[in-house]
Design a protein. Structure first.
Length: 573
């Protein structure tokens, strides 16, 4: 006996007259005083079962016991629905099954929520994720993710990439986050780090002659959880030997197009446009600008140098946004409060400052009649940050964002940035990114002007991933470590294996990594990646389903050679 002949969503007019066995979940049950209707559901859709007490008294008795989410098997004939009962919203809506036998395969306790109810608090959805997964949204998203990854794998295979598995438990791979640590029973007091990415292993694959590596790699990063971040996530991780930047970008564009084609969507036009980092920061105030709309930031630094308004004349940078409407006093107050939250000292309106500007200065600002201008005067980074956020805020508020897709590259990042907390220089991407050709030597105490061969991929303002051409010269690698304040001995003790490998015939190489969940969330039109992940964690870092993380009994900790500073009682937590 087989459990079913076909899926619930498969039945059509052509099946009328067939005797079929179907199985699935009771989506709804309606008792019409004798006649019982059950919508039977599986991942393909729903089909209506009709149980008539006169024709099938046993099945009818069973049908009365059925509650939502019971698992049922039904045998019966496919019949046409009466014309007035045809449901045009259902693929199977022209037919129904006249049930002969009905079996309950599995029962359900009363439900915490109905499958497909959209008004359920997320923690509850995640606590009972198996119910949530049965709903249309998660079925669609997980299957979309599957198809996208299948399309990516196919493309990588066609392009000659080799899928190489690399370790999760390793020495820390510096990608700018904290590591998750794994204690080691056999060596108490020592820890593995969970790989923040396979970065160094993929580079070693290049030194090892693999030539083209890829992996759908799981990465672990101990960072605060956000809409686009979970502790663990997957990347399309790739690396190529003997490669220039453009070739890496071409491969990534092909992978994106492969995924779009695999899910049956019109792919974005290639090549994706390039935007230089400096330009992105100046015009959009972000290194991952949303280019679906204009609202570009304008510069007024030169135009206001001679202004009679002290703040404008002396600030290192004065920039503004032209907003295509008049802004009332109260709206301005609200926007200024936001700007202050984001770090500005103030947000000036043209009407407030125009009296301090000469006619030429005003003309240079080119603010059309009926529009307003909002100014921030401060250090360049503050101005970019605040106007970048304001640009996004206004675009949403004024409904300026069209439903198109824009993919683009951001290129030519600085190699180093200043770490405000430690006062040291640190890497912009990671310490293995190569400087631009011709910039291999720099003053290690002031590397601000050095550019890196680093590039990011952005889709509608979401950073999908980053990559770079890598350093394959030991001396340059050591110089980067020293610039970051890491003496040669420390670099040798932490990254001796990499330095050794680079010293034993490392080919020029480069690569990229794209976040799979971010990509699929965008494909699915979801606002956060939790809707793409089968079993995600909530923002506190907990898993509502299993209750993890949990405290551990002292003997388990002792076995791993660790002691918890503070912990709840494992028996009651
Ligand atoms: N390892 C980098 C990351 O995870 C990507 C790369 O440079 O290839 O962001």
């Amino acid at each position: 006996m087989s459990w079913r002949d076909l899926h619930c969503g498969d039945l059509r007019r052509d099946d009328i007259g067939r005797r079929v066995t179907v199985a699935g979940w009771a989506d709804t049950r309606r008792d019409h005083g004798g006649l019982v209707f059950v919508d039977l559901r599986d991942h393909t859709g729903k089909v209506q079962l009709v149980v008539n007490p006169e024709r099938a008294p046993d099945a009818s008795a069973v049908a009365h016991e059925v509650r939502n989410e019971f698992v049922l098997q039904a045998v019966g004939e496919v019949v046409a629905r009466a014309p007035e009962a045809v449901n045009p919203n259902l693929a199977t809506g022209e037919v129904e099954i006249q049930v002969e036998t009905l079996r309950i395969l599995s029962r359900s306790t009363p439900l915490p929520f109905q499958v497909d109810d959209e008004n359920v608090e997320e923690t509850i959805r995640l606590r009972y994720r198996w119910l949530d997964l049965r709903g249309e949204r998660m079925q669609r998203n997980l299957r979309l993710g599957h198809a996208a990854v299948a399309g990516i794998r196919k493309t990588m295979d066609e392009l000659g990439f080799v899928d190489v598995w690399t370790p999760s438990m390793t020495r820390g791979t510096p990608e700018g986050a904290r590591d998750f640590l794994v204690p080691v029973r056999l060596q108490p007091g020592r820890f593995f780090a969970l790989a923040q990415s396979p970065q160094l292993f993929k580079q070693l694959c290049m030194v090892g002659g693999i030539d083209r590596y890829y992996q759908i790699a799981t990465c672990w990063r101990d960072e605060d959880l956000r809409a686009d971040r979970q502790f663990e996530f997957r990347q399309l991780d790739l690396e190529l030997a003997f490669v220039e930047r453009q070739e890496v970008l071409d491969v990534m564009e092909a992978a994106v197009v492969g995924a779009f084609e695999a899910v049956g969507r019109e792919p974005p036009r290639r090549p994706f446009p390039h935007l230089r980092y400096d330009e992105a920061m100046a015009r959009y105030g972000s290194d991952k600008p949303d280019l679906r709309f204009g609202l570009e930031i304008q510069d007024a630094t030169a135009a206001t140098r001679g202004a009679a308004f002290g703040v404008f004349a002396t600030a290192p940078c004065v920039r503004y946004l032209v907003v295509p409407k008049a802004i009332s006093r109260s709206e301005h107050a609200r926007l200024e409060a936001l700007a202050k939250e984001w770090g500005a000292k103030g947000l000036a309106q043209l009407s407030q400052v125009s009296k301090f500007l000469s006619e030429d200065e005003l003309a240079a600002l080119a603010v059309p009649e009926g529009s307003s201008a909002l100014f921030v005067a401060d250090a360049e980074e503050v101005v970019a940050h605040v106007l970048g956020l304001l640009r996004l805020h206004l675009a949403r508020e004024l409904d300026l964002i069209p439903g198109t897709d824009v993919f683009h590259w951001v290129v030519d990042f600085p190699l180093f940035k200043h770490d405000e907390e430690t006062g040291d220089w640190t890497f912009m991407h990671h310490p293995f990114t190569a400087p631009m050709p011709g910039q291999e030597e720099w003053d290690e105490s002031s590397p601000a002007g050095v550019r890196g061969q680093h590039y990011d991929l952005v889709w509608n303002g979401w950073e999908l991933g980053s990559g770079s051409i890598r350093i394959h010269d030991v001396e340059v690698q050591e110089r980067v470590f020293r610039t970051m304040g890491m003496p040669d001995e420390e670099a040798r003790s932490k990254f001796g294996f990499l330095l050794d490998a680079l010293a034993m015939g490392a080919p020029p190489h480069g690569g990229f990594a794209m976040g799979i969940e971010r990509f699929v969330a965008q494909l699915a039109g979801e606002p956060d990646i939790r809707q793409i992940v089968a079993f995600p964690k909530v923002s506190s870092g907990s898993d509502p389903l299993t209750g993890a993380p949990t405290p551990m009994p002292p003997h388990v900790l002792a076995e791993s050679g660790i002691a918890a500073i503070a912990q709840e009682d494992p028996a009651t937590a």
